[in-house]
Design a protein around this ligand. Structure first.
Ligand code: SF4
Length: 445
């Protein structure tokens, strides 16, 4: 008892700011859980913290600049409290390594995605005054064992099943910042998911840079993992992100169709471009025609499933004619959602050295036209939900408005009135009003 009181009285606070993808959001939760083990509680704002970590992302533009400008805001805090420790994690840390410490002298530590589990040790070294700490090694050969750490699980949780990527798309920095592909053993993933289910989680999203190239040490592939999760765990709903189109085959779709009551029917299938020449320069491993064929195969074999995608405009060498193929991909495949980006060169990548970089003006113009075209389709796709009855997993209730919100199997955000006791339950909702991003409906008895 005395020990507990002593620990509480010495508790410190950590603040983590998070950029980028869901993998980083998950990593931040993991860091908070690890920090709890060394007596750090989450701080509500940086000025309440004795430890600040910027969990960075290098996928989008000017990542180092973003880190520098955030650290700049902490100068007054460091002047007030010289014991404040400030560090950078994530992909920029992995990419820049100790260079970051030289360029931004008030930083105390830098650690990459493979060193997250060393965080308690890093903090202890900092507290002992061992000087600046850099932990950015990759562990290419060690098996990937990472139990999900979540302090207070919600209705839905994310579970890493693999990390890294071997695909080397010419625009992408991930293989350089997250290393080679490594998968968690199938039985570990199942135990992890069952454990979360016993703590109240109803829906899990399997996470990886390239989930459908998952390969357990026992040889099981991604389809086998989905089957095992349905057989060995009580989790109600399974989602995953992101698969690679080249690895999406008929067997996987048939497994998903056979387990439709558990495996949700929203599939994010990143196309990146609608032009075969650009896809080849991107090293994506499929042509426009192959992509369209695969998308149609999914919609045919899983009727009612919905597709979303990622698209890049202004890739080096992309002409107006190539871009027109990306625009027309929206006519060939009924995407309910697109995530569109302007190409920006990333360090170490092949495409950064390509000639014929597209001007910023053309990139902005193409992005605007792509989004404009998607909006037209998005309205008509969303209207298709009017009067439909969707099965919605209730995630939360807004106490001010009384609205419950949750996601349908198609990953649609749905709002409707109802009791807070419905949180965690799957209920039927009749859709009355539709918008591209959100649906409103009425709870059925
Ligand atoms: S598949 Fe391509 S875009 Fe996706 S993480 Fe791997 S290299 Fe990057």
């Amino acid at each position: 008892m005395a020990g507990t009181l002593k620990n509480i009285s010495h508790q410190k606070n950590a603040y983590i700011s998070t950029y980028g993808c869901q993998m980083n959001v998950n990593d931040t939760e993991r860091m908070y859980s690890l920090l709890e083990m060394v007596n750090y509680a989450p701080a509500v704002s940086p000025d309440q913290a004795q430890l600040i970590i910027i969990n960075s992302c290098s996928v989008r533009e000017k990542p180092v600049h973003k880190v520098r400008s955030e650290v700049g805001r902490y100068y007054p805090l460091k002047q007030k409290n010289p014991h404040l420790k400030i560090g950078v994690a994530g992909c920029v840390a992995q990419q820049e390594k100790k260079k970051l410490l030289k360029e931004i002298p008030i930083l105390d530590f830098v650690f990459g995605p493979d060193a997250i589990d060393d965080l308690p040790h890093i903090v202890s070294r900092l507290e002992k005054g061992e000087g600046k700490v850099v932990e950015t090694r990759f562990t290419h050969s060690e098996p990937y064992h990472v139990q999900t750490l979540i302090r207070d699980p919600e209705v839905s949780a994310f579970v890493n099943i693999m990390k890294g990527c071997d695909n080397f798309c010419t625009f992408c920095v991930v293989p350089f910042t997250r290393g080679r592909e490594r998968s968690r053993p199938l039985n570990h993933v199942c135990e992890d998911v069952q454990n979360l289910t016993e703590r109240g989680v109803k829906e899990i999203t399997l996470l990886g840079q390239n989930v459908n190239s998952y390969r357990s040490d026992c040889g099981a592939d991604f389809g086998a993992l989905l089957l095992a999760l349905c057989e060995k765990t009580d989790v109600k709903r399974i989602r995953f992100t992101s698969p690679h189109p080249k690895d999406f085959n008929e067997d996987l779709i048939d497994i998903m169709q056979s387990k439709r009551d558990r495996v949700m029917d929203a599939i994010h299938l990143p196309a990146q471009s609608g032009n075969s020449y650009i896809l080849e320069r991107m090293n994506r491993g499929y042509t426009r025609e192959e992509y369209i064929k695969k998308a149609r195969m999914i919609l045919d074999r899983m009727p009612g499933s919905v597709l979303s995608t990622d698209l890049i405009v202004g890739f080096p060498g992309e002409t107006e004619e190539h871009f027109q193929d990306t625009l027309s991909l929206l006519e060939a495949v009924p995407f309910e959602m697109i995530y569109s980006f302007k190409y920006s060169p990333r360090p170490f990548t092949k495409a950064a050295r390509f000639e014929n970089q597209v001007s910023e003006k053309d990139k902005s113009d193409r992005l605007a036209r792509l989004n404009q075209k998607h909006i037209q389709f998005a309205f008509s796709h969303s209207q298709g939900y009017k009067d439909q009855v969707l099965e919605v997993l209730v995630e939360k209730r807004d106490n001010k408005t009384g609205y419950l919100s949750g996601r349908s199997s198609q990953n649609k955000l749905v709002h409707f009135y109802g009791s807070r006791h419905l949180r965690g339950k799957t209920v039927s909702v009749k859709i009355q009003k539709t918008y591209p991003q959100v649906l409103y409906g009425e709870l059925l008895a």
